[in-house]
Design a protein around this ligand. Structure first.
Ligand SMILES: NC(=O)N[C@@H](CC(=O)O)C(=O)O
Ligand SMILES: [Zn+2]
Ligand SMILES: [Zn+2]
Length: 437
């Protein structure tokens, strides 16, 4: 029984060996002693001197099941997560039907468990049908396994409805997770942000304030209700400013940012035809990108998420106007953050990993995200040296929609362990690119 992972390195560069047994971490040996562990005939995985971290956590993904399985399903989404080094993902409820009933939430939980490749934690809807008219039954959704409430994909348009949603969530000690977008500030047919790109192409633009106005509104409502209010995919300088202020005055507000909003601006969009550059929120100005990086650095933004939003190739080929918003992210998130922020010396490896493991766990009360005796044995081995070109054809996800195709990145996951079981590995001794479930 049990698996020893030997010859690992922590984010801080210390040698480490970890014993997983009965689903949990039962022993951790650090420093030179890690070279001398007695494995007592147990299965041994040689990390080969690579990074060994707690499994990554992504609090914002779209797995599309039920209803849009042609884009992604819980099995392919879970494979994508495992291959990207993620052992916990929180799934958005904008499926068909949406997750506004206990029974649909319970099905997602059950499907996630039967696939068994990553921990699938669903969010329930704020409003029935995500229509913003009537609130869902939060107690029932929670009892079925929902970990919070959101209408991601659309903003909650009515302040009064959002306040009541927060009041009810707060009474249950549950968070409200918000896609911030005021529809009355959106021009028709806009795919890209106000900025140089829409100016050049003579297109209508999505303004920054359509996001930020909800952020400001909701921080006031969170102050009034005491709810844990979490802002989805922050993309504007104005939103960051408001979240910073909210935190300063003691509001329980937290926030996430996606790698693409830290790495790409509207000025990187190559043309007005490739819908792999269309996502919501859109890529903003270089000034907003700088503001996102600063907001991560001063703690205004708490965690990294992917907003993994797979769509079919046919949908993304419909032309920028008609194609749906969204890009995939699970299989490029760590390599992007590592290559562009750690390898460049801007951030340390522990700084990045904290925002992908222990911080999200802490914000949402998860038992995972830490390398500690007694913690679930969710572990990831990552090769920080190997450089590879992003090739969507190799993605385990059904979604190939990424603007990062062709980028040369380092920091590729090599093995993912979930609850003590190896669920994916491309280490030599385990064969190549192999899922085990
Ligand atoms: N982010 C996106 O561009 N798209 C998401 C919806 C969302 O996260 O708002 C989707 O469901 O496709
Ligand atoms: Zn959203
Ligand atoms: Zn989303």
């Amino acid at each position: 029984m049990g698996i020893w992972i030997v010859n690992g390195r922590t984010a801080e560069g210390e040698k480490i060996a970890v014993l997983a047994e009965n689903g949990v971490i039962v022993d951790i040996v650090r420093g030179d002693a890690a070279d001398a562990v007695t494995t007592d005939g147990r299965e041994v995985v040689d990390a080969g001197g690579r990074l060994l971290t707690a499994g990554l956590i992504d609090m914002h993904v779209h797995f599309r099941e039920p209803g849009f399985e042609y884009k992604e399903d819980i099995e392919t989404g879970s494979r994508s997560a495992a291959k990207g080094g993620f052992t916990t993902v929180a799934c958005m409820p904008n499926t068909r039907p949406v997750l506004d009933k206990a029974e649909t939430v319970a099905k997602v939980v059950a499907r996630g468990e039967s696939v068994g490749l990553t921990r699938v934690l669903p969010y329930g809807c704020i409003s029935i049908g995500e229509l913003g008219r009537e609130l869902a039954d939060y107690e029932a959704l929670r009892d079925a396994g929902a970990i919070g409430f959101t209408d991601d994909g659309v903003g909650v348009q009515s302040a009064g409805m959002m306040k009541e949603a927060m009041r009810r969530a707060a009474a249950l000690g549950m968070p409200i997770i918000a896609h911030c977008e005021d529809d009355t500030l959106l021009p028709g047919g806009a795919a890209f942000s106000v900025g140089e790109f829409v100016k050049k192409h003579g297109l209508p633009g999505i303004p920054n304030e359509s996001e930020a106005i909800h952020v400001g509104r909701d921080i006031l409502l969170a102050e009034a209700t005491g709810v844990h209010y979490h802002v989805c995919h922050v993309s504007t300088e104005q939103s960051a400013r408001l979240i910073r202020l909210g935190k300063q005055v003691g509001v329980n507000v937290t926030a996430e940012v996606c790698p693409h909003h830290l790495l790409l601006s509207d000025e990187d969009i190559p043309n007005a035809t490739d819908a792999n550059w269309k996502m919501n929120p859109p890529l903003r100005s270089p000034r907003d990108v700088e503001a996102m990086i600063a907001a991560v650095e001063d703690g205004t933004i708490d965690i990294f998420v992917t907003d993994h939003a797979p769509h079919s190739e046919e949908e993304k080929a419909r032309g920028v106007e008609r194609a749906p918003f969204g890009i995939v992210g699970l299989e490029t998130a760590f390599p992007l953050l590592y290559t562009k922020f750690v390898a460049t010396g801007r951030w340390t490896l522990p700084f990045v990993l904290e925002r992908l493991t222990s911080r999200p766990a802490q914000l949402f009360g998860l038992p995972t995200g830490k390398l500690e005796i007694g913690a679930p044995a969710d572990l990831t081995i990552i090769d920080l040296e190997e450089e590879r070109k992003v090739d969507p054809a190799t993605f385990a996800s059904k979604g190939k929609n990424t603007p990062f195709a062709g980028w040369h990145l380092k920091g590729w996951p090599k093995l993912t362990m979930l609850g003590g079981d190896i669920v994916w590995s491309e280490l030599a001794e385990k064969g190549s690119d192999e899922f085990v479930s």
